[in-house]
Design a protein around this ligand. Structure first.
Ligand SMILES: Nc1nc2c(ncn2[C@@H]2O[C@H](COP(=O)(O)OP(=O)(O)OP(=O)(O)O)[C@@H](O)[C@H]2O)c(=O)[nH]1
Ligand SMILES: [Mg+2]
Length: 294
């Protein structure tokens, strides 16, 4: 019998390649927020998947942030760099037939000695599979990969193959978490992430990047969770947009978030949400600490 393996697997790649989608599909539950907008992931999510022979501890790293230069994004970029260094294996995610300077910059930040599996994602969008061959050949010139696996996070294609090659690269050792544990994050963490996802879904292009969410209190009363949250924005005009006419937008945001929280927590949720202005919060080291960024 081969020994049980357990290790950490960082999921790296430029924004919007499908890292969070891949994590959700690999662990079989939606734990990372997904959006069509780039640079959505801010907090490192851990997803744990245990099979009879292996425990994978996946870490969904924030995509490298290039939109705004500020304290927040510098902290996120540091997290991404450190995450790729401190894990056992990196799964480097690219979009099929799309590889540019943003991708190669992320790849260059992964230490040379680190083992990297290349996941070519979104192959469901490739009409002619033959086109993948020259694309992959080109990528092989960039770096020596431990393996290359074309996948579709959306359709689930080739994910068993991806798991198999990653497993072969993980060290022998006992499981670090109970077999049924899905994540090392708590419900507060997911309450924040779910609210942030609704901001990305319901607000315009730019505003979600200017917002963040803090949980002010989280109480369990029997099967009811009573959650009070603040959405931080940078200007009064942004606050007005988040709240909307007669509070309609904020109502949409909080009721969509509450529905998802009730599904994830499997119980009733009371959710109170306030919108507050803090000028330049993305440059405010103290508030950032309170929001959970290093
Ligand atoms: N067609 C197709 N779309 C996908 C696939 N995987 C992800 N997407 C879409 O790509 C977009 C970005 O997905 P995310 O999972 O949020 O990407 P990400 O890499 O985590 O992005 P950031 O957190 O912003 O860095 C979303 O609209 C997904 O639905 C796939 O296999 N096929
Ligand atoms: Mg993401």
């Amino acid at each position: 019998m081969t020994a049980f393996r357990c290790g950490t697997v960082a999921i790296a790649g430029r924004p919007n390649t499908g890292k969070s989608s891949l994590l959700n599909k690999l662990v079989g539950q939606k734990i990372a927020i997904v959006s069509p907008k780039a640079q959505t992931t801010r907090r490192t999510v851990t997803g744990i998947f245990t099979t009879p022979s292996c425990q994978f501890v996946f870490v969904d790293l924030p995509g490298y942030q290039t939109r705004h230069v500020n304290v927040l994004n510098r902290a996120l970029n540091r997290q991404a760099t450190e995450g790729a260094r401190d894990c056992d294996v990196v799964v480097f995610v690219v979009e099929a037939l799309r590889y540019g300077t943003e991708d190669s910059e992320v790849l260059a930040r992964i230490p040379q000695e680190q083992r990297v599996v290349l996941a070519v994602n979104k192959i469901d969008l490739v009409k002619n599979r033959l086109e993948l061959l020259p694309f992959i050949e080109r990528l092989q010139k960039e770096r020596v990969f431990a393996a290359i696996v074309p996948v579709s996070a959306r359709g689930g294609r080739n994910l068993p193959e991806l798991l198999k090659v990653v497993e072969g690269l993980l060290p022998a050792g006992p499981a670090a978490y109970p077999a049924d544990q899905l994540t090392d994050k708590d419900e507060r963490f997911f309450a924040v992430e779910i609210l942030r996802e609704k901001l990305f879904q319901l607000l315009g292009e730019e505003l979600p990047y200017r917002c963040d969410v803090a949980i002010e209190s989280f109480k369990e009363e029997g099967r009811l969770r009573r959650i009070e949250a603040t959405i931080w924005v940078e200007r009064d005009s942004q606050k007005a947009i988040v709240i909307g006419a007669k509070g309609a937008q904020l109502k949409r945001i909080s009721s969509a978030a509450r529905t998802d929280m009730e599904r994830l927590f499997d119980g009733k949720v009371y959710l109170g949400v306030w919108v507050k202005v803090k000028k330049d919060w993305t440059g405010d080291a103290r508030l950032l600490k309170q929001l959970g960024y290093g």
